[in-house]
Design a protein around this ligand. Structure first.
Ligand SMILES: NC(=O)c1ccc[n+]([C@@H]2O[C@H](COP(=O)([O-])OP(=O)(O)OC[C@H]3O[C@@H](n4cnc5c(N)ncnc54)[C@H](OP(=O)(O)O)[C@@H]3O)[C@@H](O)[C@H]2O)c1
Length: 301
């Protein structure tokens, strides 16, 4: 007799992070993949801008746990359309939080290093956020909504993510690889520090979080090291065997973004690392891992 696995509602299942989670959590959970364009088995149509759509997806999945990786994750798009950003990034989490709270369903909600202003860096969970811009303010508000609505909820703040290409949206490593492989120069900021998240580790991190219901509240999961975008690009070029001299220095301070970008939003992830017994990867190890065969179930989807 085959065992029925508990239901997990994954929003943002077609996104950069959601694709990895959908593949990685399958086998331990019956994963319902929800978004506007999710297709195939156990795909649910979900528009986060519409509370009724969220309710329908929730009822259809009848989940034991919700992993909320759906969002308008482009800060500049949020700045251009704050009203839509609020509906998708804030109001949707209020609805999900209420649904989870009322049914005692655990909620794992993805947030961002950008809730910090970036004036200091190496932020722990104890540090006070000071979000700048529509996206960052909305994400902080969504954290509060998740924690208030769904007792026992987890807010997982991640940094700029990179990983294997699984189709869908590219990440910064895809941009670097494309240009460096073609022998083209890339410009990378010397005045912006990040602890980039090795996204292919996230299924393991989520599996451990899901296995321990006592873990609740805010957690950080970035990479093991803090580096400038410039140093990051140099390490990537070296590990991948591209010409490091193609990486040229530039300054974020000289570029006008629609949404503010913190100078140093690096995250200290030691609290979650200790709690789940997983060490976050540094840049060199994270990039080397991209050269290795994909872990089980992290295939193309
Ligand atoms: N990737 C990063 O570097 C990074 C860094 C920090 C924090 N985060 C956070 O991590 C989470 C996942 O980010 P990501 O990078 O995976 O995002 P992403 O690649 O941009 O994907 C966004 C996902 O949300 C879905 N979505 C967007 N608008 C929607 C709507 N109105 N209704 C329903 N679904 C909608 C998209 O699906 P459809 O288009 O199919 O609807 C897609 O699956 C987000 O909360 C983000 O804020 C990501």
């Amino acid at each position: 007799m085959t065992k029925t696995l508990p239901a997990l509602l994954l929003t943002g299942a077609t996104g950069y992070i959601g694709r990895r989670l959908a593949a990685g959590l399958e086998g331990s959970w019956t994963v319902f993949r929800a978004s506007r364009t999710a297709a195939g088995e156990r795909a649910l149509d979900l528009n986060l801008a519409e509370p009724e759509s969220i309710r329908r997806a929730f009822d259809a999945a009848a989940p034991a746990v919700v992993v909320h990786a759906g969002a308008e994750a482009d800060p500049d798009a949020c700045e251009r359309d704050p009203e839509r950003a609020r509906r998708v990034n804030v109001d949707a989490v209020k609805t999900l939080g209420r649904l989870c709270g009322a049914s005692r369903t655990r909620l794992i909600h993805f947030s961002t290093d950008l809730v910090f202003d970036g004036e200091r860096g190496w932020y722990s969970e104890e540090d006070a956020p000071n979000p700048r811009g529509v996206y960052a303010r909305g994400k902080l508000e969504s954290e509060e909504a998740a924690l208030a609505g769904a007792p026992g909820a987890v807010v997982l703040r991640v940094s700029t993510a990179y990983g294997r290409s699984l189709g869908g949206r590219p990440s910064f490593v895809d941009g670097l690889r494309g240009k460096l492989a073609a022998g083209e120069a890339v410009t990378a900021f010397t005045d912006q520090w990040r602890t980039s998240t090795a996204a292919d580790q996230l299924p393991e991190v989520l599996a451990r979080l899901l296995a321990d219901p006592d873990l609740e509240g805010v957690f950080h999961w970035g990479g093991a090291e803090r580096a400038t975008r410039f140093a990051t690009a140099e390490i990537f070029a070296r590990v991948m065997g591209f010409d490091e001299r193609l990486v040229r220095p530039g300054r974020a301070a000289d570029v006008r973004f629609a949404s503010p970008r913190p100078r140093d939003s690096s995250l200290d992830s030691s609290r979650l690392a200790a709690a789940i017994g997983v060490a976050p990867l540094g840049y060199e190890a994270g990039f080397k891992a991209l050269l290795e065969p994909a872990p089980d179930r992290l295939g193309q989807r």
